[in-house]
Design a protein around this ligand. Structure first.
Ligand code: GDP
Ligand code: MG
Length: 441
């Protein structure tokens, strides 16, 4: 995965004060491959990499983040930006009712299904919705929409395959206006590829309806091809947004990024299954995490930034360098972990941390145990904390009494601590930044 590869690159990046042309280049090569693998258009990738390079090179390496983590953060932020970032990507219904939504796209992309999903979405918002079947070519297309309407208890406009699509739409609009309908969703016909005849028909319908939204339905599985098709539909019809379907499959969703970059139109919804509730409002950061193939790195970074005591971290690092990880540090570390939330959830967020987590499993207490462990360490003298080897039998008994625990528990803690020490030594072999850095990224 990308995160594994970046982990390797990051190891080399560690310990540098400023990101250089060279180390950023190496990291970006991996990012570039990941984006291409995720079906992001190569031109989009090229522009994107240039932008990230511009931002990353010369950047001071934040004390609180490993340089590699920082590159990921820049990549992540830029990708989210590319996807529209903080723009309002919500469905635009700000018009006099009945508000028209026209669904367009190739055959099989998921238009009819998405019409049903949208109808459900609007029904939940207490909008009175009308579904209009305007695909008279595909056998049973009208019946398909009627079935969906029945499932949802949403009205489907009565039409038949011998009518002209434009007439159906015109009649439906009139009907909607007379019957207090809030939103009308028009399900149009598709083709296997863009053709002139279809586009003319759709242009005619668009001119008649003046829809508030023209949503291009794109099949995420078709990857690169979806980008060209989106460009074609946008040129002829001027789409207002995208519904990206079948994201429940293997598709990485890079197409969405490219469609946005090429057409300038936002993804508004994603389809995550065949069922009618499998529709999500689009979240740029979720898609970006999916494209980058890693855990929610941003969440991790925010958590780390919010809760890591900078000085404490640095002090620990100094000690780690000198191979002096002692019980005091162990306690300080446990406190950091407590501040950051459950250990498992933190570890799960860090790319490449799975292996280390397994190694540390024996050394890691549950949150419930943390309190007792702290009590035990609190009952030790400073000397004992600095050098655990002096803690003999009588000292163990004293510590157990002082902390309200048992000798057995004290023994357990000391065992855990020595295991943690081992892990720390391993980490030191891996890189100069040791455990604290490892925990941060
Ligand atoms: P249309 O020709 O564009 O109207 O496409 P349909 O709505 O008829 O959908 C074509 C096929 O794709 C159907 O089998 C749908 O069940 C399926 N489909 C649509 N959206 C999704 C989705 O988000 N995920 C999955 N897995 N299948 C979908
Ligand atoms: Mg259809």
């Amino acid at each position: 995965t990308l995160s594994d590869k970046l982990d390797l690159v990051f190891k080399k990046l560690r310990g540098q004060a400023v990101m250089t042309e060279d180390n950023v280049k190496e990291a970006l090569r991996e990012v570039r491959l990941a984006l291409l693998e995720a079906d992001v258009n190569f031109k989009v990738v090229k522009d994107f990499i240039e932008r990230v390079r511009g931002r990353a090179v010369g950047t001071e390496v934040l004390q609180s983040l490993a340089p590699g983590q920082q590159v990921i953060k820049i990549v992540h932020d830029e990708l989210v930006e590319l996807m529209g970032g903080a723009e309002d990507n919500s469905l635009d219904l700000a018009a006099k009712p009945p508000v028209a939504i026209m669904m367009v796209g190739l055959q099989g992309a998921g238009k009819t299904t998405s019409c049903g999903k949208l109808a459900r979405f609007l029904k939940n918002q207490r909008k009175k919705t009308l579904l209009v079947p305007a695909d008279v070519y595909r056998p049973a297309a009208i019946e398909q929409l009627k079935v969906l309407g029945r499932q949802l208890d949403v009205e489907v406009f009565d039409s038949s395959a011998d009518q002209k699509p434009l007439d159906i739409c015109r009649n439906a609009t009139r009907y909607a206006a007379l019957n207090g309908i809030d939103v009308v969703i028009y399900d149009t016909a598709g083709r296997h590829q863009i053709d002139d005849y279809l586009m003319e028909e759709l242009e005619g319908i668009r001119d008649e309806l003046a829809p508030r939204e023209i949503l291009f339905v794109a099949d995420a599985m078709t990857g690169q091809e979806a980008v060209n098709v989106a460009g074609g539909f946008n040129d002829r019809l001027g789409i207002t947004g995208v519904v990206l379907t079948k994201l429940d499959g293997d598709a990485k969703g890079g197409a969405a990024l490219s469609i946005k970059a090429v057409t300038g139109k936002p993804v508004k919804f994603v389809g995550l299954g065949e069922k009618l509730d499998a529709l999500d409002v689009f979240h740029a950061d979720r898609l970006v995490s999916r494209i980058l193939g890693m855990g929610d790195v941003l969440t991790l970074i925010e958590k780390a930034q919010a809760s890591f005591d900078q000085q404490e971290g640095e002090r620990l690092q100094q000690k780690l360098k000198k191979n002096q990880f002692d019980l005091e540090d162990f306690r300080a570390q446990l406190q950091q972990i407590k501040k950051m939330g459950s250990l498992e959830s933190i570890m799960g967020l860090i790319p490449g941390m799975g292996k280390m987590m397994r190694q540390m499993q024996g050394a890691q207490p549950s949150e419930k145990e943390l309190k007792r462990i702290e009590a035990i360490i609190d009952s030790m003298t400073a000397k004992e904390r600095a050098n655990h080897t002096i803690i003999n039998g009588s000292r163990r008994l004293r510590i157990a009494k002082g902390s309200g625990t048992s000798v057995q528990e004290v023994n357990q803690l000391l065992k855990r601590f020595t295991e943690a020490q081992k892990v720390v030594k391993q980490l030191q072999k891996m890189g100069p930044k040791g455990l604290m850095k490892g925990m941060k990224g």
